[in-house]
Design a protein around this ligand. Structure first.
Ligand SMILES: NC(=O)c1ccc[n+]([C@@H]2O[C@H](COP(=O)([O-])OP(=O)(O)OC[C@H]3O[C@@H](n4cnc5c(N)ncnc54)[C@H](O)[C@@H]3O)[C@@H](O)[C@H]2O)c1
Length: 249
């Protein structure tokens, strides 16, 4: 921790989608711990309220699969905050399905939550970021965007779309003083994928990292915080790996 820890985001107003638990929960906590005013958007009411209470923030219920609801919730958050300085799009779902079994309904749901909702929340945030001539957008992709993986075609494709969408945003809104980057985590032990996790699977993933371990929510939250700070002001359009070296491109 640096000597100035606790105040580096004072006065900054942040929206964190998927902030009720897991990686998003830790990002919300980390930004609030640096003085940011945080609103969590999530579909999990109990967890969302608890997380918001713990960090002195607020919670708004939303189903990001529904574009109208996504816009309503993001707009409500932006109004409560009086503007948005930081938008972290962390909500996402995973599905592990054989390609031969993958339905278009499943594909559409993954793209609706993992990608399309980002478009909506970014459009809402831009309504105040563009006039303010500043803003930080951080979108959660995955190493699956760069690596692919068997039985995760829809997930990997949706995360590659996140990377491409974020690059386009960086180009289009850079002239307005807004940076947009995506983070590509490796394997982090959260609720995501917990139903199919085995000790053998975890050991296999650990062995893939030169550092010999899986990622933690803190590993990802630390990079998200960096992307909010002045020190990263010249970084935009990047897809940053937080994979313990499992992916290096
Ligand atoms: N855990 C990993 O290994 C890993 C690896 C790479 C990328 N990621 C990405 O990181 C992000 C966070 O994942 P996590 O591991 O913390 O998973 P998680 O399941 O613990 O958290 C995801 C959050 O998104 C919310 N969410 C999902 N669908 C929603 C909807 N329709 N409306 C509103 N909220 C919704 C959930 O309620 C939950 O709070 C995701 O985008 C995920 O794809 C995770």
């Amino acid at each position: 921790m640096s000597a100035s820890a606790g105040v580096r985001l004072e006065g900054r107003r942040a929206i964190v989608t998927g902030g009720a638990r897991g990686i998003g929960g830790r990002i919300a906590q980390t930004l609030a711990g640096e003085g940011a005013e945080v609103i969590i958007l999530d579909r999990l009411v109990e967890e969302g309220r608890r997380c918001a209470n713990e960090i002195g923030g607020r919670y708004i219920q939303v189903d990001l699969a529904d574009p109208g609801d996504a816009e309503r919730a993001a707009e409500e958050a932006a109004q409560l905050l009086g503007g948005v300085d930081v938008l972290v799009n962390c909500a996402g779902i995973f599905s592990g399905t054989d390609l031969t079994e993958l339905t278009t309904a499943e594909w559409d749901l993954l793209f609706a939550i993992n990608v399309r909702a980002m478009l909506t929340t970014m459009q809402v945030a831009a309504r105040t970021m563009i006039p303010a001539r500043r803003g930080r957008i951080i979108n959660l992709a995955s190493m699956a965007a760069k690596k692919g993986g068997a039985h995760e075609a829809a997930y990997a494709a949706s995360k590659a779309a996140v990377v491409a969408l974020t690059r386009a945003v960086a180009h289009e809104w850079g002239p307005h003083g807004i940076t947009a980057n995506s983070i590509c985590p490796g394997y982090v032990l959260t609720e995501m994928g917990a139903n199919t996790r085995t000790p053998e699977l975890v050991a296999a993933w650990e062995a893939m990292s030169p550092l010999g371990r899986l990622g933690t929510v803190d590993d990802v939250a630390g990079v998200a915080l960096f992307l909010c700070l002045p020190e990263s002001g010249y970084m935009t359009g990047q897809a940053i790996n937080v994979t313990g070296g499992m992916v290096t491109h």
